[in-house]
Design a protein around this ligand. Sequence first.
Ligand SMILES: NC(=O)c1ccc[n+]([C@@H]2O[C@H](COP(=O)([O-])OP(=O)(O)OC[C@H]3O[C@@H](n4cnc5c(N)ncnc54)[C@H](OP(=O)(O)O)[C@@H]3O)[C@@H](O)[C@H]2O)c1
Length: 368
Amino acid sequence: VNYDALMAEAIELALRGRGQVEPNPRVGALALHAGQVVGRGWHRAYGEAHAEAEALAEAARVGATVDTVVVTLEPCSADKGVGGKKREPCVAALRRAGVARVVLGAIDADPRHRGRAVALLREAGVAVVEGVLAERCAALNRPFARWLTLDRPWTIAKWAMSLDGKIATASGESRWISGATSRRAVHELRARVDAVLIGYRTALRDDPQLTVRDVPGTNPRRIVVDPEAALPLASRLVQTLGEAPLTLLVSESADPARVAALTARGVECLRVAGPGRELDLAAAWRDLRARGVRRLLVEGGGGLFAKLFARDLIDQALVYVAPKVLGGASAPTPVAGPGIAALAQATTFAESFCTTSGDDALVVAIRA
Ligand SMILES: NC(=O)c1ccc[n+]([C@@H]2O[C@H](COP(=O)([O-])OP(=O)(O)OC[C@H]3O[C@@H](n4cnc5c(N)ncnc54)[C@H](OP(=O)(O)O)[C@@H]3O)[C@@H](O)[C@H]2O)c1
């Protein structure tokens, strides 16, 4: 049997999840009965069901038995809880469904799991066909392969701007540039990250809560890069401590009395090394990962983004482009700082694509 056409369809399904699932792999799957497709699935969003499970569930919904599953990536075999894993292993789900043959594209890039599902399935008497459109399937997962090399959170930069690249008017008005659909999507995203982080100037100026309000979902930890522990006790971030935890990244020179006052209110203040009040953000990022932050959303502002791009700490950008023109040579743009002198120094993403979000365009760019 030539499985190329079926695998090509599974690849198309996998691509539907891109922009939403990273740093997880993008995966698509087909469930077959006697050569007919009876279920289709893809990994839709970080933390959601895996592609194989979705395809099997669709087949079950229409009452079909499944003899073959075609999937772009070796199924997961690690138990729930291992390495932050949120779901039961797909290998077990395939066996429970009585699947007789599994057709694979790429083998798991994680050296801890590579080839393990293939061995487990064969041991259980399931026929495994490997390497179908293997290169295209592996290419789907370049961000996942990058993630395996990082010792810090997968970091997503999100901003909203006008068609002409402004994040506020020349007089500083910025609410709201993007539409209601985009703002709701950001709340959904907050529910799918471990933490949301901003610079202290944004915290002081906008007084945000950074909680999940427009949709159901769990609040992430809120983090502020705040070298002098300047966040007021009256800020909404501090006032909403009962809803979600709050961490400040402060310098070693931050006033101990301010730190003590914030700590007494329940704010976690992490001292970050660095020359004077300048925090070593790379070190802070490693520390966040060690504390369990695997997926981090940064919501600005421009001063912070400049430092993060300069340190190569951004893996993905989500840019909401509203159909508005603000103009003004002095109106702020998403990334401030001194910028670079030569184009060759530009941060260059491996891929970018565009979708719509209500009346806005959403541009997604991903490093790999
Ligand atoms: N449209 C949007 O999507 C959007 C999103 C967010 C924010 N905004 C707007 O952006 C504006 C705020 O942006 P902003 O650039 O002024 O401020 P910001 O990015 O919130 O904070 C930047 C400041 O944080 C400090 N900082 C950053 N990295 C540091 C490090 N490694 N060590 C020590 N300090 C560090 C620096 O403070 P010092 O300068 O004191 O050294 C820096 O100026 C607000 O007007 C807000 O409304 C718009």
